[in-house]
Design a binder for this molecule. Structure first.
Ligand code: 4AD
Ligand code: MG
Length: 441
């Protein structure tokens, strides 16, 4: 083949700007098509961007032009031509089409189900496998990927070692009522993990500072815009640490990840019509408040909450509706928290735990605190919570062999991403959400 007939190099649409004036090949899907007589404008997307192609009838073989001008939405195709700067075009570039190959044509009789018209949420969720191609969904998932990368970069560069924890778990961490049971071999029962924390407590005694990052499961019958039954959580744990360290690290982590998102995902945030000034306003120091004061504040704003109760979604929203950054609420009554919290020295009825409540109604994004390090106290708490000591034998060991004050937290990725993207509902922050009434696609 002579050089002038060689296939031009394949590029990603996102890189079009580096190839202005060059002949290139782009492999993608037909996003949209406009036409007017002797010219048509197929918009091609390839996952990295969208580019408008210009196909002129007189410059192309007749058969190709006819195929292109009637091409159906989401048909797969490979286009070739020259990149040209075009300030009016989305992305700043267009492709003057010279040749094209239709890889698979979507049949007219069974067209792509998602059209530019409005669809109901159930329809879209049923077609989640296709809906992911839409611009807003695509943008939200790119923000998610950036958030995850930012979280990993933060911990990897601050002395934490990644030690992942198991998903099949023999015991409850966050309370027995939200466990998914799994049949293991020989009639043994195991559960899908609710949190890697208990294992993190073992690994932090081995490595000093660790984190785990993976899916966690909650059999919660809550049908809210903040709850999934399967969600991703990052959980750091630090030996020789206290509640104050949790506040410091959580605050630093949030600021670090927001800065990353603002640095790398401006375009996606614009697609999502996110008001970025809201994110830019999130700076350390965050607000700090005791549970006692939070209850008073809520009562003064008309909440029914009484001391001793846990905050509901509306309480969390009420608590931050006058704030531009998260509030860290600490020292909850032990009775509403999990068994493992270290009690406050001065007021043992309080747990040394903290929740970070995000502004704009996004609710609790981080929960954590200081763990019990004393053996006798831990045994007492296990008994009080009717948790069988046998299931926790290894966890109890950690209080026998070099026990130290230690602390950590968990941050839910989807709640954090919903906040970054300004999304109404958490279901759009994960590719295939699992919720009370949805396990498909
Ligand atoms: O407050 P949680 O239940 O804390 C723990 O699991 C601790 N063991 C973590 C630790 O200290 N290592 O959950 C932590 C975070 C919440 O703040 C929230 O962001 C998220 O996980 N989360 C959920 N996200 C989506 N759907 C759900 N059902 C969630 N439950 C908790
Ligand atoms: Mg919590």
């Amino acid at each position: 083949m002579s050089p002038e007939h060689a296939t031009p190099p394949r590029i990603a649409i996102a890189a079009a700007g580096r190839h202005a004036g060059e002949s290139v090949e782009i492999a993608g899907w037909l996003y949209n098509l406009r036409r007017s007589g002797k010219i048509c404008f197929p918009q091609v997307r390839d996952g990295t961007g969208i580019i408008q192609c210009v196909a002129v009838k007189s410059a192309l073989p007749e058969e190709l032009f006819e195929k292109l001008k009637d091409l159906t939405q989401e048909s797969s195709l490979i286009v070739r031509g020259k990149i040209r700067a075009e300030p009016r075009a989305h992305g700043g570039y267009e492709l003057d089409l010279e040749s094209a190959e239709i890889v698979q044509r979507v049949p007219e009789a069974d067209p792509y189900p998602i059209t530019p018209k409005e669809h109901g949420i159930d329809f879209l969720m049923d077609h989640r496998h296709l809906w992911l191609r839409s611009r807003r969904q695509h943008a939200a998932l790119k923000v998610r990927a950036e958030v995850i990368k930012g979280i990993r970069d933060y911990f990897d560069s601050h002395g934490f070692v990644l030690v992942d924890t198991p998903i099949f778990s023999p015991a409850a961490c966050e309370g027995t009522s939200t466990l998914f049971e799994v049949n293991y071999f020989d009639e043994e029962k195991v559960y899908l993990t609710q949190s890697g924390q208990l294992y993190n407590e073992a690994t932090c005694a081995a490595f000093g500072k660790t984190y785990c990052f993976g899916p966690t499961f909650r059999a919660e019958r809550s049908k809210t815009r903040r709850h999934l039954t399967e969600f991703w959580m990052v959980e750091p744990e630090m030996a020789y640490s206290t509640l104050e360290d949790v506040k410091r690290v959580g605050e630093e982590l949030i600021c670090f990840v927001i800065a990353r998102v603002l640095e790398h995902r401006r375009e996606e945030l614009a697609t999502l019509e996110r008001d970025v000034t809201k994110l830019e306003a999130v700076k350390a120091p965050f607000h700090r408040m005791s549970y006692d004061d939070a209850v008073k504040k809520l009562q003064s704003k008309g909440s029914e909450i009484q001391w001793g109760g846990d905050f509901g979604n509306t309480d969390e929203t009420l608590l931050t509706d006058d704030l531009d950054r998260p509030v860290m609420v600490d020292r909850y009554p032990s009775a509403v928290k999990a068994f493992y919290f270290q009690p406050d020295d001065q007021r043992p009825e309080l747990a040394l735990g903290v929740d970070f409540i995000a502004p704009e109604g996004y609710g609790e994004v981080i929960g954590g605190g200081q763990r019990i390090h004393d053996l006798d106290l831990l045994l007492k708490r296990l008994d009080e919570n009717r948790l069988p000591r046998e299931a926790f034998d290894w966890y109890i060991d950690l209080r026998k062999y070099g026990s130290v004050p230690h602390a950590g937290f968990g941050m839910g990725v989807e709640r954090f991403v919903a906040w970054m993207c300004g999304l109404e509902h958490i279901r759009e922050t994960i590719a295939f959400p699992r919720m009370l009434y949805r396990t498909r696609p």
